[in-house]
Design a binder for this molecule. Sequence first.
Ligand code: ZN
Length: 133
Amino acid sequence: MEKIEHIGIAVRNIEIAKSIYTKLLSCKAYKTEEVEEEGVLTAFFLVGQTKIELLESKKEGSAIARFIEKRGEGIHHIAFEVDDIYNEMKRLKKEGFVLLNDTPKKGADNKLICFIHPKSANGVLIELCQEIK
Ligand code: ZN
């Protein structure tokens, strides 16, 4: 694991959240992107070397919709940058972590990603991400 690449925050309304985080961080979101397969709209802010990812559900029953229903708005996941996601997935599987997908999938912001079930990591949803070159 290289560093915390981003922290994902589930929000009800991304426009309102964007204006709050623009004020908080004193910078504008550098990108807004819909990830259709996940049914989410995302917005990214850069803070030093780490990003903040805001996530609004665009589809009923999406992971973000279910999260907000259950727990309200708030921190949804922590994403770690990795050099080789295939290797890292293999290593973590061997260590007994429950991966939510068997092969990496395409995420927002030009990344290959894989999620680790929160029950494997003390209630925290972990994302692995690797920049697509
Ligand atoms: Zn993420």
